[in-house]
Write a protein of this length. Structure first.
Length: 393
């Protein structure tokens, strides 16, 4: 079994969730066309070394901070140079004996976890130094920055999609995004990793980056067409094969949709006056947070938005959207609530009837003739099918 030598706490702290073989194979299909006889391939968080294979390259390097993992990896691969060391400290090609001029490919699944939420009492396992220029709260961000420091020519790694699509994360990757450009990607559900099955799935991207002085801007990511792995939507056409033989079931682009951001306040304002008849709504982060959180709430707290009543219809929209999240596949997890405003205007009475049915105290705030339950159900079904198009589950 993967990472079997580690207890629960160490797995969490080291971000040790080994990659299923089918995903390793896809990564190899992606990099194979770029591997040359002078190429060096490195996985600097290699675990048992499952990403390391030979494909005509000169040198293969595996590194992990975990001593037992490296011992197992050495038994599995005798053509690989292994290092049991912290890949985020004193990062340089020299550290791994990689010649300055050699063509370098990074492959693997670096850990991603927030260092501030580590399980503290086994801190000794993870209390390692990180070079100041690549330090970040999130280990995965530090790993991406370390590849830039190694001046890798090509990078094929798994990481949360949120690194690219959340503007705050994207900004944290400034040096990285100045030097790399996404050239291929496959979206994978975190449920592909057995230990994540208990939690809400989040999107992981298997990303292929090429070193490129043009870099990439946030707008490049918003209009990038991410390919989708898996078969979570039976209505889709047969899987599509690209030139490298990588299968996907279609693609997904953020700028294909409009989002609720422009219509409501997502976060509480600094000074929010409240009145006897104020209405409150829970802070909105992204779709996965909406899954866990409430919508309309009855009392004020630091996490509540005081609703601007001129926008009440749109808050009702989000409330109904929450009850329809089962229609969306995993890769929307980090997006804001989607909306088609023109279509919403046509279906508004359906949305308001549904909201009032679930929150009777809202009735007096809407001057609208409510429609019956059956019509509401079919109206919502039509709206969401038109909104999500081929993504509708
Ligand atoms: C998600 S696992 C990936 C293992 C393997 N590449 C795979 O996908 O099967 C992340 C690995 O990173 C290692 N790791 C965590 N922090 C590290 C660090 N600072 N330096 C090197 N390895 C580290 C963990 O020990 C773990 O083996």
């Amino acid at each position: 079994m993967s990472q079997a030598h580690l207890g629960y706490e160490s797995r969490v702290n080291l971000g040790s969730y080994y990659t299923p073989p089918e995903i390793v194979n896809i990564a190899w299909q992606m990099i194979a066309p770029y591997v040359r006889s002078q190429t060096t391939i490195i996985d600097s968080a290699c675990g048992y070394g499952d990403f390391l294979r030979s494909c005509g390259q000169a040198i293969t390097i595996g590194c992990d901070i975990d001593e037992t993992a490296i011992d197992v990896a050495k038994k599995n691969n005798d053509e690989v140079r292994f290092f049991q060391t912290n890949a985020l400290c004193d990062v340089s090609r020299t550290k791994f004996g990689i010649p300055k001029q050699s063509h370098l490919i990074v492959v693997g699944n670096p850990p991603y976890n927030d260092r501030t939420s580590l399980i503290r009492h086994s801190i000794k396992d993870i209390d390692f130094d990180i070079d100041q220029d690549i330090a970040s709260r999130d280990l995965g961000i530090s790993f991406l920055r370390s590849y830039n420091k190694l001046e890798a020519d090509l990078i094929c790694v798994l990481h949360p999609l949120s690194y690219l699509i959340k503007p705050t994360n994207f900004r944290l990757l400034k040096e990285f995004t100045a030097n790399y450009r996404l050239i291929d990607s496959l979206l994978i559900s975190s449920w592909k990793f057995p230990e994540s099955e208990k939690h809400t799935p989040f999107p992981i991207v298997l990303a292929l980056y090429e070193r490129d002085t043009q870099g990439m801007k946030y707008s490049f990511i918003r209009s990038f067409r991410f390919r989708i792995a898996g078969k979570d939507n039976k209505k889709r056409a047969a899987p599509i094969k690209n030139q490298q033989g990588v299968m996907s079931i279609g693609d997904f682009c953020f700028s294909d949709f409009d989002y609720i951001t422009g219509y409501v306040d997502k976060y509480p304002k600094k000074k929010q006056p409240t009145y006897n008849d104020s209405l409150f709504f829970w802070t909105m982060r992204d779709i996965n947070a909406l899954k866990r959180n409430r919508t309309f709430v009855e009392s004020y707290s630091t996490n509540t938005i005081v609703i601007d009543k001129r926008k009440l219809d749109y808050y009702a929209y989000v409330d109904v959207f929450k009850r329809n999240l089962h229609r969306l596949p995993f890769y929307f997890g980090n997006c804001d609530v989607l909306i088609d405003d023109n279509l919403f205007k046509q279906y508004k009475s359906v949305f308001i009837s549904d909201t009032v049915r679930h929150h009777a105290f809202l009735k007096k705030h809407f001057q609208i003739k409510l429609i019956d339950e059956q019509q509401t159900t079919s109206g919502l079904d039509t709206y969401f099918k038109l909104l999500f198009t081929e993504h509708h589950v």
